[in-house]
Design a protein around this ligand. Sequence first.
Ligand SMILES: Nc1ncnc2c1ncn2[C@@H]1O[C@H](COP(=O)(O)OP(=O)(O)OP(=O)(O)O)[C@@H](O)[C@H]1O
Ligand SMILES: [Mg+2]
Length: 467
Amino acid sequence: MARLLIVDDEIHMRNILAANLRQDGHFVVDAAGVIDAKDALSQGEYDVIVTDHKMPDGTGIDVLKIAMEDDTTTSVIFLTAVGSIELAVESMRAGAFDFLLKPFLPEVLRATVSRAAEHTRLLRENSRLKDAMTRLEGSSEIIGISSAIKHVREEIAKVAPTNATALITGETGTGKELVARAIHKCSPRANHSFMAVNCAALSESLLESELFGHERGAFTGADRAREGLFEAAHQGTLFLDEIAELSLPAQAKLLRVLTDGQVTRLGSTRPRKVDVRVIAATHRDLWTRTREHLFREDLYYRVVVFPIAIPPLRDRKEDLPDLCEHFLRLIEKELKVPKRRLTVAALNLLSAYGFPGNVRELRNLLERACIVSEGDEILPEALPPNLQSVLLSGANLSQGARGDEWLSTVPESIDLRGFLNSVERRLLLRTLAETGGAQAEAARRLGLSRSDLGYKLAKHEIKVAAE
Ligand SMILES: Nc1ncnc2c1ncn2[C@@H]1O[C@H](COP(=O)(O)OP(=O)(O)OP(=O)(O)O)[C@@H](O)[C@H]1O
Ligand SMILES: [Mg+2]
């Protein structure tokens, strides 16, 4: 059974068609012309439209266009009189499913409608599958197993199908833009554009013209009219990065777009309708900005409808192994270098580090490590000197430093377990060097049993020549 809409100005014709098609169990609604059809289409979804061509208030092509605006999967069948074959061709070009030349046999009509209904069903199934695929790809790009990242993925799935303005917060490099793109990809707007603008990167006047567009002569140098990002992102998503940096006048304009969906280009008085979903991001505390009167309170409440906070990487170290794996594969492809493996020692060193630049810093650091590593392994030595200082402070500790001075060399934020691991590795290596690789003596000096030492050496991937 399909939902059918019959459009014809002759009531007699409508009745015959409807009676015919109801025999196949279809649900049939009829419309007496283009305007009537538009009404019906705004009220319900149809699988197939059977439309006459020439009607007093328009043509079948008009009906087709109205139907396509709403849902491109609806199949439209044209009824044309013999002799108007060029109209039939025109309708096919415009995207009709088929046409029937009058007069036609009822069986032919019924068979054509069945084929059209099947066509619509397949198109819809296909687009559902595509949506699911995009959703899947979108969420799998965000790597991490920590509960914080799992939560972020869940929030993305929740907010994506809506039109709500999402506000993504997090330190630099935590993946705010990545999350914004994922929301877009999982949203019904996925097939339209995703535009991004960094509000902190442009001067006040440039930013306004970038966002809202300008008319010719709006300011010196505006020798041509230009649409802004809001118009360019029509039906899609606009990502406003560092939204806290927007000037107060720009905030007022943004509020207007968010409340009535209208933008006015600089130098114009004519508002234009836009349908844009806004996603904002900031590394600041927007509420503090609001209290300091640097951010409008009314805009604050609009923007903060759906907040997503991404914690810093140092608070979710369990994501490190997967992130490293992910980036190494990407880097190998990009730099065309052979496959590299991160040693446990290098991973330990990374775990002890605070990552002020978060995931972006991790990626850059691995890229450098891939370039400087010669073998197929990434050793701690391939990591930058500021990470090595974690090791050095461990060595100071082992030298029985007096007092707590050595503590000042430890980065402000560390992961204690990772830090202790790197100290342990350092001490093992030093002791083995001192004992010339003699494990029994090393175990004694470290106060470990032989088997404990063996276990620790294996854990740190330290290979010692057999004694
Ligand atoms: N969870 C993650 N999984 C995979 N890649 C990630 C993840 N988080 C961040 N990245 C990657 O790290 C880099 C930085 O991410 P992004 O640009 O989204 O951060 P940001 O928060 O917008 O940073 P900034 O505040 O500096 O603009 C990108 O290459 C991004 O793909
Ligand atoms: Mg960013």
